[in-house]
Design a protein around this ligand. Structure first.
Ligand SMILES: *[C@@H]1O[C@H](CO)[C@@H](O)[C@H](O)[C@H]1NC(C)=O
Ligand SMILES: *[C@@H]1O[C@H](CO)[C@@H](O)[C@H](O)[C@H]1NC(C)=O
Ligand SMILES: *[C@@H]1O[C@H](CO)[C@@H](O)[C@H](O)[C@H]1NC(C)=O
Ligand SMILES: *[C@@H]1O[C@H](CO)[C@@H](O)[C@H](O)[C@H]1NC(C)=O
Length: 281
């Protein structure tokens, strides 16, 4: 009889402890959800301050590309604009929502990238190559390691990137870099054993819009029509999470992107690279 009572008491005590644990777990403060960066305080203008507009109390930023006095001059470069994050990171998960130049954007290039800006720089690039009205934008990605690039991949998107904001994400860990568009992986760059990788230099987040008329659209045959200037690209919901855990990668989606949307891949460019580059194997 004593034994049974004691046993019941122990069970009751254990249950009571578990209830306390449950209550504790429920009242333990959750980490706050990540906040988007504030463009008023977290980025700085790299050039073209009069063509950078910060809107909605720092929640949105607009870059413009314009031409002085509406003339075509050799100083087009100075009509561009850009910004960078104040902080730099060694590995990060970076998100940005971008809405690209509507209408006739031929010759314009809007870039969004991570870069170390050092003599032998590391870089992970998204570059959006404009097009004539109604013709598709091209998204070009590239990877620089220790100053060496030449790893272009070009593709069309499965939506009109000028009609609304879409999320462009760069996931950078010590083992791989992944580019995502609206959560779909479009490119994976793995660390290859014995090869240099982007793991030695911190990178900042950069964006800019500039004149790429000599190469961007139809191989440079279509120049910017300055009559349509200013060309505006908008940015919002900029978030950086340092020290990311590796993302799940849906390799089925990645191969579907590869077969349906890729228009150029350095890995299969035998004119440029007679043998397959090691980071493609
Ligand atoms: C962003 O920072 C500016 C300047 O400090 C401030 O006025 C604004 O309220 C902030 N915006 C948000 C969404 O917190
Ligand atoms: C990267 O590595 C993963 C696993 O290590 C492999 O499954 C994947 O095919 C590789 N991707 C590329 C593009 O090399
Ligand atoms: C622009 O549209 C044409 C089709 O009219 C296409 O061939 C080209 O790849 C598109 N993009 C660029 C950046 O030229
Ligand atoms: C681009 O931005 C400028 C400056 O804010 C504005 O005057 C112009 O109307 C915008 N253009 C378009 C096509 O929205």
């Amino acid at each position: 009889m004593r034994g049974i009572t004691l046993g019941v008491c122990v069970v009751v005590a254990i249950l009571a402890l578990q209830v306390v644990e449950v209550v504790r777990a429920q009242t333990k403060p959750k980490p706050p959800p990540p906040q988007p960066s504030n463009f008023s305080t977290d980025v700085e203008v790299t050039w073209g301050a009069d063509r950078v507009q910060i809107l909605d109390g720092g929640q949105q930023l607009q870059l413009s590309l314009d031409c002085y006095s509406g003339e075509v001059t050799i100083f087009h470069y100075f009509a561009s604009s850009g910004f960078k994050s104040k902080k730099e990171y060694l590995f990060a998960n970076v998100d940005m929502q971008i809405k690209l130049v509507p209408g006739d954007s031929a010759g314009t290039v809007a870039a969004y990238y991570l870069s170390s800006q050092t003599p032998y720089h590391d870089e992970l690039d998204f570059e959006f190559l404009g097009n004539e009205s109604g013709q598709p934008y091209t998204l070009q990605t590239n990877v620089f390691v220790n100053g060496v690039g030449g790893r272009e991949q070009r593709m069309y998107l499965w939506f009109d990137p000028t009609a609304d904001f879409h999320t462009y994400q760069i996931f950078w860990t010590p083992r791989l870099a992944v580019f995502f568009v609206d959560g779909t992986p479009i490119r994976v760059f793995n660390k290859t054993s014995g090869q240099p990788y982007l793991d030695q230099q911190a990178m900042g987040v950069y964006s800019s819009i500039w004149n790429g008329g000599d190469w961007a659209t139809k191989g440079g045959s279509v120049n910017i029509n300055w009559a349509n200037a200013p060309f505006n690209a908008s940015y919002r919901n900029f978030q950086v999470k340092p020290a990311p855990i590796p993302p799940p990668i849906d390799y089925d989606k990645l191969s579907s992107v590869k077969s349906n949307f890729i228009t150029y891949n350095y890995c299969s460019d035998r004119a440029q690279y007679p043998s397959v580059p090691v980071d493609c194997l």
